[in-house]
Unconditional design. Structure first.
Length: 80
């Protein structure tokens, strides 16, 4: 298993659902770090599912390549 990276920024595209990405991010982000996740049409459902087990701040940015997709900037990740 890869040791925690203590990264300030991580990104992922088409890797996993948001709840799983948060699990990866929590392990590898430094305190104050952020995740940048490109999410498709189901991003609202993934956000809702994530909030059942996680607490985090997030910002949504429109995708320039797909009107139904977003780029999520997520920080302050912690398990509920």
């Amino acid at each position: 298993m890869l040791e925690p990276m203590k990264a300030n920024l991580i990104s992922a595209r088409a890797l996993a659902s948001l709840p799983k990405l948060l699990e990866y991010a929590e392990r590898h982000l430094a305190p104050g770090g952020h995740g940048v996740f490109l999410k498709g049409v189901s991003f609202r459902e993934e956000l809702a599912e994530s909030l059942e087990s996680w607490r985090f701040s997030h910002e949504e940015y429109e995708s320039v390549t797909d009107a139904e997709s977003v780029i999520l900037l997520i920080g302050d990740i912690e398990r509920v």
